[in-house]
Ligand binder design. Structure first.
Ligand SMILES: CC(C)(COP(=O)(O)OP(=O)(O)OC[C@H]1O[C@@H](n2cnc3c(N)ncnc32)[C@H](O)[C@@H]1OP(=O)(O)O)[C@@H](O)C(=O)NCCC(=O)NCCS
Length: 178
């Protein structure tokens, strides 16, 4: 899929270098699960998982590329939030960008396309998004996408406090996401 400035596409094996660099940055990973960085082997595993999810579910996390440079800047898309059993069954929208690409509206632009894909192509009725309570950038992205804060809870495995946001198909259809 193409947006004004971005291409959202399926993953390729040669995305590993860029993905591993993003996942090795402590600033990027600060609010993800227990906040630990991933080594190259873990990023390779996560690349395989993202490819497999697309094959098995028909949706997943898109590789996001900057159209002007052709660089892989991170990902945005749909996943099943197995780390938070109390919200299941659910589909989550999420995003992760390399730090160089923050603050340009790219996360919102990519996620808006992924949300449209979820409602229009996958046929979802509701999409959730889950963030560490301190992740204010993500809170802002969720707000701009039209997601509404529902409740706060704690991730059982890491005991991280998180906020759960959601948007229904009806709210989306009313133009909440602009
Ligand atoms: C979350 C993330 C994708 C946001 O990327 P981004 O490119 O900065 O996002 P956008 O530019 O689309 O929007 C960010 C919004 O947060 C705002 N923001 C930035 N820093 C902020 C701060 N310290 N406090 C409050 N708002 C802030 C921006 O102003 C912007 O809102 P605006 O358009 O109204 O000005 C990026 O920071 C990231 O990859 N973080 C690490 C991974 C991560 O945490 N993923 C999400 C897990 S839930």
């Amino acid at each position: 899929m193409e947006t004004d400035r971005l291409t959202l596409r399926r993953w390729r094996d040669d995305d590993l270098d860029a993905l591993a660099a993003i996942n090795a940055d402590p600033q990027v990973m600060r609010h993800i699960l227990d906040g630990s960085v991933r080594d190259r082997g873990q990023s390779a595993e996560s690349l395989r998982t993202m490819m497999r999810d697309w094959d098995e579910r028909g949706f997943g996390l898109f590789a996001v590329q900057e159209r002007a440079s052709g660089e892989l800047i991170g990902w945005a898309g749909l996943a099943v939030p197995a780390f938070l059993p109390e919200v299941l069954p659910a589909v989550e929208i999420g995003w992760r960008l390399g730090r160089r690409f923050w603050g340009r509206g790219y996360a919102t632009e990519a996620a808006a396309a992924a949300l449209r894909f979820g409602f229009d192509e996958v046929g979802l009725d509701r999409v959730v998004s889950i963030r560490h309570v301190d992740n204010v950038r993500s809170a802002r992205v969720m707000e701009k996408l039209g997601l509404v804060h529902e409740f706060d809870t704690v991730v059982p495995v890491h005991e991280q406090p998180v906020a759960v946001h959601a948007i229904t198909r009806a709210r989306y259809g009313e133009g909440a996401a602009g």
